[in-house]
Design a protein around this ligand. Structure first.
Ligand SMILES: Cc1cc2nc3c(=O)[nH]c(=O)nc-3n(C[C@H](O)[C@H](O)[C@H](O)COP(=O)(O)OP(=O)(O)OC[C@H]3O[C@@H](n4cnc5c(N)ncnc54)[C@H](O)[C@@H]3O)c2cc1C
Length: 407
């Protein structure tokens, strides 16, 4: 196993065990799968014989798909700190697979949180009982014409002329969904259910959005081809189309009541991103740290050269700072405190850190760091995607600044 570069002084023996257990999963299951999936065309990543399905099956077999669920519903009953540990380890194994496994639970967790007995029975329970990865979720938020719009024009900054194109209209006991979600929906080509943002009152702009669960085997649902992209190639993404898709009324989780929605919606996903990409930064540091002690130049290991030492130390400091900020966001979120500004700060900082540390790791590997199949080469591409994923960092920063200013 890879030696730890995580300081465990503040962890209990149980937490250290948890970290080791999830690290083993990351190292033995996620890391090799990521290396195998990365060079494949996107269609092959989701083909029936793809290694992707081994990852999903193993995750569900171990009950890891329920890690954030309450203990009475099969969850591991993890504390916020333990959730952070879990997520950092998965990110260490593979950012793309960590995100894929993370969003896989979103619609089901939302169904459970709704408290609606029918929704829990019909949607949440099958996922909770699933040990074969039969049920996979995705999050349909962005659209071809509305990426950053859904972040920056929410809350008090909503503008009536900027609204989602995917709509929901009430028809008796049902809602009818029409429109298209972007090519960037993670798990979009493989999901069985989605948690979707839909425009119910377009004249209110993004403040007129509702949120619903849509089973993706419903008549009228279709998908685009999986997206071919630079990084996180093991994360399947693709468009989802809704053509007059009908859902029962209790699948609509939120209907806007006229008050602007709070930005706290960003708090959970961004906190999750920050812990995942702390893991990516650490993975890059681990690679560089090990390589620097074995690569001989100038008559000895390159780690003996002062500039290499300084670079390694700066990388170490950045990883530690990323972990500190992301843990703070996760702990505040769990404490029920207003957290979106912390989560945004953590997401922006940790993803930027992951890119910088991965880029430094490539530099320390010299030319061999650019070779396909080298972990650091993949990490730099995976980290690059994260500066746009779950909101472009600049746009998130503007939203975070407005929160700080109390706007
Ligand atoms: C790996 C990955 C996974 C993703 N997963 C999902 C998912 O699961 N579900 C989902 O719905 N979406 C997902 N997305 C989509 C993601 O949320 C969007 O890509 C992101 O919000 C940016 O939107 P956009 O790509 O349309 O860029 P645009 O909004 O077109 O922005 C392009 C550029 O313009 C800048 N810009 C835009 N508007 C403003 C403004 N008002 N002020 C200043 N600058 C601005 C941005 O900073 C950016 O640099 C994912 C994206 C990636 C890369």
């Amino acid at each position: 196993m890879t030696p730890y570069t995580v300081d465990t002084y503040d962890l209990t023996p149980d937490q250290v065990n948890l970290q080791r257990q999830v690290h083993r999963f990351a190292e033995e299951v996620l890391r090799p799968a990521a290396a195998a999936l990365d060079p494949l065309p996107p269609q092959q990543v989701i083909a029936p014989d793809s290694r992707l399905w081994d990852v999903f099956k193993k995750t569900y077999e171990l009950g890891y798909h329920l890690r954030n669920f309450p203990a009475q519903f099969g969850g591991a009953g993890l504390s916020p700190l333990e959730e952070h540990i879990f997520s950092e380890e998965l990110g260490w194994g593979s950012a793309g697979l960590a995100i894929s496994l993370g969003v896989a639970s979103m619609p089901f967790a939302a169904a459970l949180a709704s408290g609606h007995p029918d929704l829990i029975r019909e949607v949440a329970m099958p996922f909770i009982e699933d040990r074969e990865a039969k049920f996979i979720g995705c999050w349909c938020a962005t659209e071809p014409n509305h990426g950053s719009d859904s972040i920056i024009y929410s809350g008090k900054h909503s503008r009536p002329d900027i609204h989602l194109d995917c709509t929901a209209r009430r028809d008796g006991d049902e809602w009818v969904i029409s429109g298209q979600k972007s090519a960037w929906v993670s798990n979009g080509s493989i999901a069985t259910h989605t948690l979707a943002s839909v425009s119910i009152y377009p004249e209110r702009g993004m403040a007129g959005n509702g949120s619903c669960i849509i089973p993706l085997n419903a008549p009228g649902v279709s998908r685009g081809a999986p997206t071919d992209k630079l990084g996180q190639r093991d994360l399947n993404q693709g468009e989802v189309f809704f053509d007059e898709v009908r859902i029962p009324s209790h699948y609509m989780l939120y209907v806007p009541d006229g008050t602007p929605p709070a930005r706290e919606g960003l708090a959970g996903p961004n906190a999750f991103m920050s812990s995942t990409f702390t893991g990516v930064a650490r993975a890059a540091f681990d690679e560089a740290f090990a390589y620097a002690q074995t690569r001989i130049q100038g008559g000895g290991p390159i780690a003996r050269h002062q500039l290499v030492q300084k670079r390694l130390f700066d990388m170490f400091a950045k990883v530690e700072a990323a972990r500190g900020l992301s843990r703070k966001a996760v702990l505040r979120l769990a404490a029920g405190l207003p957290t979106a500004h912390y989560s945004i700060a953590a997401k922006v900082f940790c993803t930027q850190t992951a890119l910088e540390v991965a880029s430094d790791a490539v530099q320390l590997h010299g030319a061999s760091g650019m070779v396909k199949g080298m972990t650091v080469e993949r990490l730099v591409r995976d980290a690059r995607a994260a500066l746009i994923e779950d909101g472009a960092n600049e746009v998130l920063s503007i939203a975070g600044a407005r929160l700080l200013l109390g706007e």
